[in-house]
Design a protein around this ligand. Structure first.
Ligand SMILES: [Zn+2]
Length: 62
């Protein structure tokens, strides 16, 4: 869903919504829903961590 093109509440479909550009939120004044399509702060942990490529690295001892 594109935030900029959203003109009604995703929950109650009311057109009485406020766009918070700064926080990239849609706030519904009808039901009080705060819709965050890109909530970076509440992002869940990465399911797939970056797998480091295994290199055959010979250990050097001094
Ligand atoms: Zn609503």
């Amino acid at each position: 869903m594109n935030l900029q093109e959203t003109h009604e509440c995703p929950d109650c479909a009311s057109p009485n919504i406020v766009h918070n550009q700064e926080r990239e939120q849609i706030i519904c004044r009808e039901c009080g829903l705060i819709y965050e399509p890109l909530s970076p702060s509440t992002k869940p942990e990465r399911a797939k961590p970056k797998a480091a490529p295994k290199k055959a690295k010979p250990k050097k001892r001094k």
